[in-house]
Design a binder for this molecule. Structure first.
Ligand SMILES: Cc1cc2nc3c(=O)[nH]c(=O)nc-3n(C[C@H](O)[C@H](O)[C@H](O)COP(=O)(O)O)c2cc1C
Length: 195
């Protein structure tokens, strides 16, 4: 039987500007780049609350792409809200070993820290971070790349998304029995500080 090579990938847009922002434009680029190789289900978190439907989408997806801008050195508030709400999925089969990629936009500074910290959070939750699976694209890069420079190869550029997606596809094909550390499954919001 022929293997279905069109991966089901969930795209979570953490921009407060939802489907009208720069992150939404980046996602349009990703849709073109993945044609024939992946089917993208795009959720703009600014407009979609976390609930059973999104939980099921996360569970079902073969991989997840996280997209966010940089807002005062951090990821978008809808992304933060999602991370808090999906804590119930931490260390569960819905996440453990699920490959993810991260795309961060920014004007000029702070995005690399957003990328590294977000990948750190996602790994701790159970996601698999493939090699070279995240990038930051900035307005500064966009302007700089219009000029010619022998240094340009060292700048993240839109085309790098192709190799990030290729690594994500490879990771989708991995079959690994990951082990999971124990997680306190009681309410993480319960109070621990004595009055
Ligand atoms: C409130 C706010 C804060 C921002 N903070 C930063 C920042 O700290 N560093 C940076 O380089 N760009 C910053 N930006 C620029 C955005 O990260 C950038 O325009 C991004 O593409 C926005 O994506 P969006 O249009 O999907 O929201 C900020 C933009 C806004 C609106």
């Amino acid at each position: 039987m022929k293997k279905n090579l069109v991966r089901d990938i969930l795209v979570l847009n953490g921009s407060p500007n939802g489907n009208s922002g720069n992150c939404a434009t980046l996602i349009k680029h990703l849709e073109k780049m993945t044609k024939g190789q992946a089917s993208l289900d795009v959720i703009h978190l600014a407009k979609s609350a976390y609930g059973l439907s999104l939980k099921k989408k996360i569970e079902k997806a073969q991989a997840v792409i996280f997209v966010t801008g940089t807002y005062w050195d951090s990821w978008g508030s809808p992304m933060q809200k999602l991370l808090e709400q999906m804590t119930e999925l931490e260390a569960t089969p819905a996440l453990v070993g699920k490959p993810c990629a991260v795309f961060v936009l920014m004007h000029s500074v702070g995005g690399k820290s957003v990328l590294s910290r977000l990948q750190g959070v996602l790994s701790t939750m159970g996601f698999l971070i493939p090699p070279m699976s995240g990038m930051v694209y900035s307005l500064v890069n966009d302007i700089a790349l219009k000029g010619k420079s022998t240094h340009a190869q060292d700048f993240w550029q839109m085309d790098d998304a192709h190799l990030i997606l290729a690594n994500l596809y490879h990771a989708c094909d991995l079959k690994v029995e990951w082990t999971t550390w124990p997680v306190d499954k009681a309410d993480p919001r319960r109070r621990w500080l004595k009055p």
